[in-house]
Write a protein that binds this ligand. Structure first.
Ligand SMILES: O=C(O)CCC(=O)c1ccccc1C(=O)O
Ligand SMILES: [Mg+2]
Length: 379
């Protein structure tokens, strides 16, 4: 396609705070709102690309936070982008290599470059990525509920809305009995559990009992940085293990697969440092016959749009966590909002991420704004 290199002229960090429609409880605690950055990146033609940082306000899921993202982007990554033109988005992760880890900060900026690149080519992002699906299947992730009865009630609602797969957060004390009740009410739904690292091998008896419930998978039962104990656990469980927190790169994926630590991988663009790395993991899993799906980080519409584009790749065999905007937000910052119909999202065919940013709504949830340009960086 085209190929003038992209000269990034300006990067704007829109610091956002959006209130979740419903509190979301994991094994670590309850979220009431989401704080993040919308990255707006302007090139030499005045075109803009958008990305979203997915780190949370506190470092419970990984070590990154909103504040560390700002520090790393502002002090280290943005200067590397303003320094010289970019031929292709795949170069961004190479340019960022001297900076260790901080994958969510890297991903937020790389995703904006991908959007900009696709827009300059007048092509939908999913086509730039080699996506093949016009529609994608989605499931939903359900926070820990006070009682089994509440959980059954919530699931019933989402079954009726047509979501293709129900994922339930679990933790010790809110696991087997609750899921058993769900299974009793819904013998046939695609059901899985996500522990966010709440167990150890000392909990083997509880984890083995979950095998009775015909779960599609159990996501990240053990430590966030482990692949060894997961391999031990997988060898005695019938239920497939899916890794989330433990996988930060294609190298991590390779090692986990070689060890037998999991049978499924949840790819989150932010966790692995961007779309380029996500594609590498996807391609590797495809060769190895490992199914993947796209996880979520309670994103606004911009992050959601990138997830949708990625999910059009063929090895995204299992429904992901990218539910409709209205599941999370009274009003999303994109136009149109992400809409799930009978468990399916129809992939937009407009250039770039395929959704427009609603400036008015964006500004209404913005608490701060920082502008980086060649001038103020190099001065
Ligand atoms: O609906 C979503 O965006 C995903 C919900 C979810 O499960 C989740 C939300 C926040 C942090 C981690 C996770 C996870 O997948 O572990
Ligand atoms: Mg998870």
């Amino acid at each position: 396609m085209t190929n003038k290199p992209i000269s990034v002229r300006k990067v704007i960090l829109h610091h956002m705070v959006m209130t979740l429609k419903n509190p979301f409880t994991t094994s670590f605690g309850t979220f009431l709102d989401k704080e993040f950055f919308v990255i707006e990146m302007e090139d030499e033609t005045g075109a803009s690309g958008f990305g979203e940082s997915v780190a949370f306000s506190s470092p419970w899921y990984s070590e990154e936070t909103v504040e560390t993202n700002k520090h790393i982007m502002g002090q280290f990554l943005i200067p590397l982008l303003l320094e010289s033109p970019i031929e292709h988005p795949d170069e961004v992760s190479i340019r960022f290599k001297p900076i260790r880890r901080n994958n969510m900060a890297k991903s937020a900026l790389e995703n904006a470059v991908w959007d900009l690149y696709a827009k300059r080519n007048n092509n939908p992002l999913y086509k730039e990525l080699g996506g093949v699906k016009q529609q994608i299947d989605v499931g939903i992730s359900i926070g820990i509920q006070p009682t089994a009865k509440d959980l059954v009630h919530v699931i019933e609602e989402f079954v009726n809305e047509g979501y293709k797969r129900m994922k339930v957060k679990i933790k010790p004390g809110a696991d087997y009995e609750m899921l058993k009740e769900v299974r009793r009410h819904f013998p046939d739904i695609l059901l899985m559990a996500d522990a966010n690292s709440a167990y150890t091998l000392d909990d083997l008896d509880t984890l083995k009992k979950l095998d009775e419930l015909n779960l599609m998978m159990i996501e990240q039962p053990l430590a966030h940085d482990d692949i060894i104990d997961h391999a031990k656990l997988q060898s005695v469980l019938a239920t497939p293990i899916c890794l989330d927190e433990s996988i930060h790169s294609i190298e991590d994926a390779r090692k986990a697969i070689e060890l037998g630590s999991c049978k499924i991988i949840n790819i989150k663009i932010g966790r692995v440092g961007g779309i380029t790395e996500s594609k590498k993991i996807h391609d590797y899993c495809s060769q190895q016959g490992i199914a993947v799906w796209c996880g979520g980080m309670l994103e606004s519409g911009i992050g959601r749009a990138h997830n949708i584009a990625l999910t059009t790749l063929p090895q995204f065999i299992l429904p992901g966590d990218t539910a409709s905007s209205s599941r999370y937000w009274e009003k999303d910052i994109i136009e149109p909002e992400v809409f799930v119909e009978k468990g399916v999202i129809h992939v937009p065919n407009k250039p770039g991420i395929g959704y427009d940013v609603n400036r008015q709504v964006l500004e209404s949830f913005r608490v701060d704004k920082t502008v980086f340009s060649k001038k103020n960086i190099l001065a």
